[in-house]
Design a protein around this ligand. Structure first.
Ligand code: NAD
Length: 642
């Protein structure tokens, strides 16, 4: 066992959604009455409103890297206002200004962070004077109260979310190989990397996902706690040099440099790198896993793209290696830093640590691609060539091992063996990987004026029974009666008469008729025709969520990746009319389960519709014996044939 010292900082932390509403109470809790608010212009009004009479005034001239002239201007205003406490609302720049003012005035600070920078839980402030950024540290600089409000981060643009999240991960990575590393901080660091690795892709996919935002903010707090507890190394030093002396943006610089500094330090920090790799979970090599994650998230990968010139590299390397204030697991030399910076400037993927460089697979790939040149159809040659290029690229980028490839082949073999006349496991695989939805989007949803399409799914049966207007497709099956009243129009809103509309849906328990042996003919499916107003109406029952089959390899894949198998509740429609493009789509029940995590990625916002609940008389006078019934009204817009 290694002995260690751990310093816990005293700070009160509120974490949650809507917590900023506590701002005024927290100022009162500190016994203060005149808050000077450091805030981005967009939030100034809200902050003053929340503080009410406790708002002494606000300053919105915040600048990155805490230039002293900005701090001095803010300090003059603070004096004029006779403020007795500081409230910073914003990213690391707002928090930093608060700390710089706290250092000059001794006033207590409440920090409300809106990025993932982590400064709010550290005793450090970096200030820039005459183009040089220097840091100082004192427990007195730590904000007394931190209010984490997930809601305030929901609007942080995706690109800033990504770089700010990687900025946070950088604190955690350097903490794992810090000279003062200890088991407490290690636990914070690995949790932070784990949470941010999983949250950021979800934020990229859906920026206002509250769970992903909460995970990222919690990860940022943990990462900031690492930064506040142990000393940072070469990575933070380099970022300060490039930010302070070369004007590079803070979080973006962290993002580009992190994989390269990790690669530089990896030979001397094997244990830390193993922990990082395990937390990212993408493979054994932490620097390449970090680089690939950033690239996948759309983050910047080269210093050139941030505006650094090649001529700056040597100066930056000398400045970094010259001032040896930062401990680092591997000795820092000007030559070593220059090589690292050159790689980062060019945006290269770091070479996997401790492995021989990959052989060049380019000629082999091109040989395979060329083998399709004599295909009868040029499109066949093109598609196969692209498939091979992507496959070879996938294998090379991920250093796929023989065992992993064998596992993939076994998986596909079992998928094929599961297929038969009533079960198509490959369709399920395509659906659950989102490929079916991508093909559908590209094929059918190019015209934004039409109703969006959605996947056909495996339960359509050609030639459903023709039913009369107003008929009940449920034929007495239990469930909440549903009245569906739809219209079909062209793109100018003119009725499309005589359209053939096939509808099908699951029963109350989530099963389609074809899944239920012993049923007397089709049920909950039918073919209707629109009248001269382009309208049609029918009864059925409210659809339920249901699981896709999980007793095959696709089910195992879902289980292994922590995914549920459920589809959001929906009604299927296939609309065919002479002179128009066929529309296959689905209507989803607003407020239904799994809308944001549909197992086959079929949900589109424009297809989520209110299924209103009613009691009392029904539209066609059907007697529901006073019970509850639902109705859905929807107009489908279909496009003319190409
Ligand atoms: P930032 O505070 O400059 O914010 C970046 C941009 O995002 C700004 O334009 C800001 O107005 C905007 N923004 C912030 N929150 C937003 C939101 N929720 N929605 C929309 N826009 C939003 O950048 P940052 O990366 O958070 O902080 C960088 C600064 O913090 C640097 O000066 C860095 O040195 C410092 N920092 C210090 C520490 C420390 O411990 N001392 C730690 C991390 C960062």
């Amino acid at each position: 066992m290694r002995s260690f010292v751990y310093t816990a900082h005293r700070a009160r932390v509120l974490f949650g959604t809507g917590t900023v509403a506590e701002l005024r109470a927290e100022v009162e809790r500190l016994g203060r009455a005149r808050a000077f608010v450091l805030v981005t212009p967009a939030l100034a009004h809200r902050a003053e409103h929340l503080l009410g009479p406790l708002a002494a005034g606000h300053f919105d001239g915040i600048a990155m890297h805490t230039p002293v002239e900005v701090t001095e201007r803010a300090e003059r205003q603070l004096d004029r206002l006779r403020a007795d406490c500081l409230v910073s609302i914003g990213g690391g720049s707002a928090t930093g200004l608060g700390k710089a003012l706290a250092a000059r005035t001794g006033l207590p600070q409440i920090a409300v962070p809106t990025t993932y920078a982590g400064s709010e839980v550290t005793p450090v402030v970096g200030e820039t004077a005459a183009g040089v950024k220097t840091t100082r540290s004192s427990p007195d600089l730590i904000p007394r109260t931190v209010i984490y409000d997930v809601e305030l981060t929901a609007g942080l643009p995706v690109d800033l979310s990504v770089v700010s999240g990687v900025n946070a991960m950088a604190h955690a990575v350097e903490a794992l190989y810090a000279a003062q590393a200890n088991p407490v901080v290690d636990a914070f660091a690995t949790q932070a990397i784990d949470r941010l690795t999983r949250a950021l892709p979800r934020i990229v996919a859906r920026p206002d996902d509250p769970d992903a935002r909460a995970d990222a903010l919690l990860g940022a707090w943990l990462a900031g706690s690492c930064l506040g507890a142990v000393g940072m190394g070469l990575h933070h030093k380099l970022c300060h040099v490039l930010g302070g002396s070369f004007g590079l943006p803070h979080a973006q610089t962290h993002t580009v440099l992190l994989p390269h500094v990790m690669a530089y330090n990896a030979p001397a920090a094997g244990d830390a790198m193993r922990r990082v790799a395990a937390a990212i979970g993408a493979g054994p090599d932490a620097p390449t896993a970090m680089y690939d994650l950033i690239a996948r998230l759309g983050g910047p990968t080269s210093l050139a793209e941030l505006g650094l010139t090649e001529a700056d590299l040597a100066r930056a390397a000398e400045q970094t290696a010259g001032q040896n204030a930062y401990p680092n697991p591997r000795p820092v030399t000007a030559g070593g830093v220059l090589a690292l910076l050159t790689e980062a400037w060019q945006g290269n993927r770091p070479a996997p640590v401790g492995r021989q460089p990959q052989p060049d697979i380019g000629p082999l790939t091109e040989q395979v691609v060329a083998s399709f040149a004599d295909s009868a159809e040029p499109r066949t040659a093109h598609l196969l060539g692209e498939l091979v290029r992507h496959l070879h690229g996938f294998v090379a980028d991920n250093d796929v091992t023989e065992a992993e490839w064998q596992q993939a082949i076994d998986f596909l073999t079992r998928t094929g063996q599961m297929c038969g006349p009533t079960r198509q496991e490959f369709v399920l695989l395509s659906d659950t990987l989102g490929v079916s939805s991508v093909v559908d989007l590209l094929t059918n949803s190019r015209n934004p004026d039409t109703t969006p399409s959605a996947v056909l799914g495996p339960f359509y049966v050609d030639g459903p029974p023709v039913v009369l207007p107003g008929a009940d497709l449920a034929r007495g099956l239990p469930g909440t009666p549903l009245w569906t009243d739809i219209r079909i129009t062209d793109l100018d809103g003119r009725a499309v008469a005589g359209a053939v509309v096939d509808v099908w849906q699951s029963n109350q328990d989530g099963f389609y008729d074809v899944q239920l042996p012993g049923l007397d003919g089709p049920v909950l499916r039918g073919r209707l025709h629109t009248d001269t107003d382009g309208a049609l109406r029918f009864w059925s029952i409210l659809p339920s969520p249901y699981p896709i089959p999980t007793d095959g390899p696709v089910g195992q894949l879902l289980e292994a990746t922590g995914r549920h198998p459920y589809r959001a509740p929906h009604l299927h429609f296939m609309i065919t009319a002479t002179g128009y493009r066929r529309l296959v789509t689905q209507l989803f029940v607003a407020g239904g389960a799994y809308l944001d995590s549909d197992a086959v990625f079929g949900v589109k916002n424009d297809l989520i519709v209110d299924f209103e609940r009613h009691t009392g008389p029904t539209p066609d006078g059907r007697d529901i014996a006073g019970g509850e019934w639902c109705r859905v009204d929807f107009t489908f817009r279909i496009a003319p044939e190409d």
